[in-house]
Ligand binder design. Sequence first.
Ligand code: DGJ
Length: 730
Amino acid sequence: MVTFHKAQGYFQLQGAGFTYLLGVSPNGDLHHLYWGKPLSAAALKKLLAEWKKRAVETEHHISREFQRREFPDFGHNDLRTPAFQLEMADGYRISEFLYDSFQVLPGKPDFGPGPSSRVEEADQAQTLKILLKDKLQKLELDLYYTLYPTRNLLVRRTILRNRGPKPVSILKLASASLDLPPDPGPWRLVRFPGRWAKERQMKEGALQEGTLRLESRRGISSHEMNPFAMVTRGDADEEKGEVYGFALATSGNWLIETELFRDQTLRVNAGLNDFNFKWRLEPGKAFVTPECVMAYSTSGFSGLSFNLHRFVRERVIGGFWQNRPRPMLLNNWEATYFKFNHDKLLQIARAGKEAGLELFVLDDGWFGKRDDDTTSLGDWFVDKRKLPRGLRGLSDDIHGLGLKFGLWIEPEMVSPKSLLYKKHPDWCLHVPGRRRRMARSQLVLDISRPEVRDYLFEAIGKALEEARVDYVKWDMNRSLSEVGNETLPPNRQGELYFRYVMGVYDLMERLNRRFPKVLFEGCSGGGARFDLGILHYHPQIWTSDNTDGLDRIFIQYATSFAYPPLVMGAHISSVPNHITHRSMSLKWRALAALSGNFGVEADITKWKPSERKELAGYIRLYKEIRPIVQFGDFYRLENPYQSNRASWMFVSPDQKEALVFVFQVKTPKKGEKVKGLRLKGLDADKTYEFLGEGSKLSGKKLMKDGWLPKSFENPKGSYHCELYHFKTNS
Ligand code: DGJ
């Protein structure tokens, strides 16, 4: 898969459906030659000949801005935004890293702590390591490229090593960087901005000259922008065209930066955010960046998502839950908020069990004296006023009903009104003498400190053990502020954001190891930490606090570009919705939840018997379709951001079954032609039967000519929805 063509001085990385070429210029600079569909011999020859002309630096033609570079350094005559920048002990900020050597490694090396895409057997992947050296300062840069034979993507990261006698400061160090060529252009960008309760909204537009920074400066991956973006060429869309995706496996401050240069070359740098970052690298030490997953598709967004979904399921998620169906849960948050007691919870759980649910989750409010969100974070011992028989008493009763038991925690936080804060006021992030600004009445524990992590590991571990939990919801409800740490020297304060997130990963890792069979669900005020880093530890994530059926269609649709439905917590809640106050039908709410990792978040004891009966029907249905929704392939059919309907489908891995979900999100204008749906992922040669209707159509016809479900022929208004189940016996 990785070949070095010595005579011509270039590397060829042959992926499942792409070629990636890197060249070493005559003076040793690393150049990006190509990333795209496999090339014919003639096209490769032409490309190499053009590169050879461009690659030469002479005194008269020295600007590196004419060159397409791979991991550009700073301080010479390429004045585009660099992949990295260092500050030497003497204060100079110029470096020059030139090619030294390479290695091709079976599998993937162990990069130490932090999330890493998985390789169990050495033959599952191959890794190219390129070593660049700055001889003057005795610095080494390793560029890693991991190829998985069946996936159309590359996993990249960088290591900087200081072999010199003096410390050096890292001001910026990307995980991946490359210059994509101008032709045939124009470049477009798809990004996923949002806010609380409206995470990951899809936005698309042409890139203009200049630099665009998609980033988080909040210490978490954020509601405001997801650490995933796609750049596309020309008229690429859902179905067709070239798409490049960049997904970061980091959960703190990140940056995906594009610079469209005057010649329409597009530079992309992706990795840790350089804003407010400075890392002191002592002699003999190395700094390892997080991973960047770079995916490629020639079949539009659809091909890219197909590939990323499988990658997340096979290589990001690991451990006990990797291929296990996820239980249908009932969470008490929207049902009771902080106001509950043992009996109330049991009543709700009993109703959940009767409806067919499998796991009961006790959310916020079970510890300290937490009757609202102003107190007790950090005091991870049970509130006996609410649960006189403790967590164990409740858990025993829940288990006794035949349900699994889950618990909410928010380890990274402390309430100033708590015993923990009284005892350790210095344990939160703070700057001496400055006001500690609260959000949701809470401060952030400085989890970069080992003693803070040890306390949490013990206190939370004890609670989880006592409660015999089967599931944990790990919440995190604010951004970081006053990011300072008195135990770090002044010249290391710029490291704190990254140290924080590495501390979070360390605690997650330790708790995963201690509770290997427990299912962890990530959460951050809904979906503010929806990224590949969290998914390494937590195999599912709460998508959004917004459980409104209509908004969920948009959020889940956009989330699906990078992340598979398996990992998206999707719950039915009561109406009017607690955030939007809208009342979508139970069927609509159910179909939205059936499209993800299904659950319920409501006091269903208050629902009418007819509603509970209907709910039980959806739960039975999910049990039946769960293997397809959670482990089948997902395809988007219609984009609610651009049309009056949203539709998507799931196909079982053996292509024998398919589920098509259709949502009329808006009423078409009078006279507007109602379009049919062209299905995807079916076996063209098989005949599929609609369950319930009995009519039969070939896979080929369904995919080529399309099909208009009857009840959508004449939409009378909005908010009609249906789920169609297809099967083939042949
Ligand atoms: C934010 C989460 O997203 C909610 O689901 C809930 O757990 C609350 N926090 C509890 O405080």
